[in-house]
Design a protein around this ligand. Structure first.
Ligand code: SAM
Length: 280
């Protein structure tokens, strides 16, 4: 049997090679919990060492990736980004009458791209003008993509997830699920939001992405770079930047920074960057 330190080092190496995610030194408990999750997800009853060998040989990779990603998210997370999207970017696009193409590059269970879609519909109503918008939402985790495509969420009345300018009842159908002990409120996103979004797998760590260059007007890359080394964050940002149009907007998470892009962008708010120059 492998010593735990050797086992965890092996896990870290596999995780890095499949996803680019770098785990810090103090993550032993997390790794141990995720290994249990992996065995359950893979329905594997043998020894963990044998499962890891199988993964190194190309089996169970999806189950491995899905067990090791961290998917924490919520609707309108860092809501000032959606306010900027509505009041600046969408106003500008509506004026020009142009279609807006948006990319959500680590969409997790879908709350982020659905928040983008709700923002479009709010802007449309405020401006009294139709805005043609499409949203590509990708993640490396196939489970969360499936969850996102289903569009069903738990709702708590005390939830502060929605900003004042969003009335959730406009965008969700409420379903109450009763069982003996409790009552659970589920909300399902309405088809007009779902129609705007395409969910697809993409690994940000791949050497290139399957989209056209200079294609997107808006890219959300939030709370995912933190899982990568500084060198890999920079590489991912440069790849994403090549798919952003000139004058397009990049939104990063609260503790993320634009690395080498800093000389090619103009800051438009907290972790909001407008592309001003192509990378040389
Ligand atoms: C913490 S969630 C952030 C979700 C959302 N962007 C937000 O800000 O609320 C990070 C997401 O990044 C995804 N992820 C991790 N590594 C990835 C990779 N190499 N390529 C694409 N997505 C990845 C995870 O599966 C997870 O769903």
């Amino acid at each position: 049997m492998l010593d735990n330190n050797v086992l965890y080092e092996k896990v870290k190496n596999i995780l890095y090679s499949l996803t680019g995610i770098t785990l810090a030194q103090n993550k032993d408990i997390m790794i141990s919990n995720r290994l249990h999750k992996l065995k359950r997800n893979a329905n594997y009853t043998g020894e963990i060492e044998d499962l890891l060998k199988a993964i190194e040989n190309g089996s169970y990779t999806m189950e491995f990736i899905n067990s090791f990603t961290t998917n924490k998210t919520h609707f309108f997370r860092e809501d000032f980004h959606f306010t900027d999207l509505k009041n600046r970017v969408l106003v500008d696009h509506a004026k020009k009458g142009q279609e807006i193409k948006m990319y959500c590059s680590a969409s997790s269970t879908g709350e982020e791209p659905y928040s983008m879609a709700m923002t479009v519909l709010e802007a449309q109503e405020e401006l009294g003008k139709k805005i043609n918008a499409s949203i590509l939402a990708t993640d490396i985790d196939t489970n969360v993509l499936q969850y996102a495509a289903n569009g069903i969420y738990r709702y708590s009345k005390s939830s502060k997830e929605f900003p004042e300018w969003i009335k959730p009842q406009k965008y969700f159908k409420k379903r109450v699920k009763k069982n003996l002990a409790s009552e659970e409120i589920l909300i399902k996103v309405k088809p007009e939001l779902q129609k705007m979004i395409t969910f697809q797998v993409n690994n940000l760590n791949d050497s290139s992405y399957p989209f056209e260059k200079n294609y997107f007007d808006v890219i959300f890359c939030r709370n995912v770079l933190i899982y990568f080394s500084s060198t890999d964050q920079n590489k991912i940002l440069k790849k994403l930047f090549s798919h952003l149009k000139m004058d397009g907007t990049l939104y990063l998470g609260h503790s993320e920074n634009p690395h080498d892009l800093i000389n090619y962008v103009q800051r438009a708010g907290q972790n909001i960057f407008i592309k001003k120059k192509e990378l040389s």
